[in-house]
Design a protein around this ligand. Structure first.
Ligand code: NZQ
Ligand code: ZN
Length: 388
């Protein structure tokens, strides 16, 4: 049964080749001081930085740059960003980059004026912001996380070996997001396919939970089919605009809260992947790829009906004269062979994880309760060992 829910998404999206033209319109809504957040320099190489700077200058803005946001942004960087934002009385944080820049911008937006330690408040106690929030806008250059239209902000604390995502409410969503698929074409293949798997897994995390017949599951099957189709084209020809633009749009819908409405969700693959990430700093989408099949094969017997539906509706497995188990297995085998075709990392040992690290990674894994089986610590150890 579809549960009760409220649906609202406050992020205004500008999509397409001309979408950057609308930055001017958005900038008019905010004060003079703009904090320009970006990563390790890709935007300087591909010309996006120059384009954005030109628009900011033409609007008479004072630009305070905060570059060097690393993939998997750290708590130390967050503290640094808070100081920059406070000292410069920032009116808008403009993130230009992937999920790391968008997440970081959101984390700074709620932390700059926070009286407590933001790591403790937001990531250990999971409290909501109750102080001034600086508005955030995003110009997306990497597709996958959905951060451009959600309240998520993932921060890594290497000292405590924790990578934690807090999904905040509407007040933390970006005010606007500019999605130009052309901006994503310079992504290295490794990042591009990691993003593809991140999208796929956002959908499966929300799909593999509950057995009810609901609209969300049908939407998700459509999104998965679109992604399977377009990723096949994009991996052969990364410059295919049609495929890349469809994938960009799918990524946003995979995690902008819509498909989770009215149903339970799982998120255990992300918990396992984030724990692996806390130990290795590996690329987010790849950590998910490496733990997914061991996890799904482990829980398949507990959610057999849905795995059967996944095989038939998403992977076109012919169910005739087969047992439920055979159908479900064929679906996961089809998923595995497509993952390998994309060039995804299929083992956590590829990130340097060794057997002696498994207990620690299991300790850093949060246990969620929305999936088909609430895992024990020992089961997490088994799944991680199967992922080596
Ligand atoms: O730093 P630069 O030089 O920009 O290079 C980046 C980075 O090295 C590069 N890149 C991005 N756009 C590019 C480009 N290179 C060439 N051309 C371009 N157009 O790609 C690398 C990865 O970027 P990053 O932003 O780290 O990747 P992604 O978008 O996958 O973000 C990952 C972060 O998002 C979190 C992850 O945990 C991780 O910390 N997530 C956020 C979520 C959310 N807000 O809801 C949900 C996700 O599940 C995820 O956990
Ligand atoms: Zn993800």
């Amino acid at each position: 049964m579809l549960g009760n829910f409220i649906y609202s998404n406050p992020t205004k999206l500008y999509f397409g080749k001309d979408s950057l033209d609308y930055l001017k319109t958005e900038l008019k809504k905010y004060g003079k001081n703009i904090m320009l957040v970006y990563g390790g320099g890709s935007i300087k190489k591909n010309g996006i930085y120059d384009k954005v700077m030109e628009i900011l200058k033409s609007c008479g803005k004072t630009i305070i740059e905060d570059g060097g946001v690393m993939p998997n942004p750290t708590v130390e960087k967050l503290y640094e960003g808070c100081e920059i934002a406070r000292e410069n009385d920032i009116d808008l944080i403009l993130a230009v980059g992937g999920g790391s820049c968008c997440d970081y911008a959101k984390a700074v937006s709620i932390s700059a004026y926070c009286n407590d330690d933001p790591w403790e408040k937001y990531y250990i106690k999971f409290e909501e912001p109750d102080n001034k929030i600086i508005p955030v806008g995003c110009i997306l250059t990497m597709v996958g996380t959905g951060s451009e239209m959600n309240g998520g902000a993932v921060i890594t604390n290497h000292n405590s070996k924790l990578k934690i995502g807090h999904v905040f409410g509407e007040s933390v969503f970006p005010k606007f997001a500019i999605l130009n698929p052309l901006f994503t074409l310079t992504l290295p293949k490794y990042q591009m396919v990691a993003g593809f798997y991140d999208i796929f897994n956002h959908i499966t995390e929300q799909y593999f939970s509950g057995v009810d017949d609901n609209t969300s599951d049908y939407i998700m099957e459509g999104l998965m089919k679109s992604l399977i189709h377009s990723s096949k084209i994009a991996v052969k020809n990364p410059k295919d605009y049609e495929a890349r633009s469809n994938i960009m749009w799918t990524a946003t819908w995979a995690l902008n809260t819509l498909v989770a409405k009215g149903k339970t969700t799982d998120w255990m693959v992300h918990m396992l992947g984030q724990a692996v990430g806390a130990y290795t700093d590996a690329t987010h989408g790849m950590t998910l790829a490496a733990v997914s099949l061991p996890y799904y094969r482990y829980i398949c017997p507990y959610g057999l009906e849905k795995f059967k539906r996944f095989a038939v509706n998403v992977w076109n497995v012919n169910p005739v004269d087969k047992t439920d188990e055979e159908i479900a297995d064929e679906g996961l085998a089809a998923m595995e062979s497509r993952m390998k075709e994309l060039g995804l990392v299929m083992n956590i040992s590829d990130f340097g994880v060794t057997k002696d690290m498994i207990e620690g990674i299991a300790d850093s894994t949060f246990i969620m309760e929305g999936g088909y089986k609430v895992l024990t610590h020992e089961e997490i150890v088994t799944i991680l060992n199967n992922s080596l």
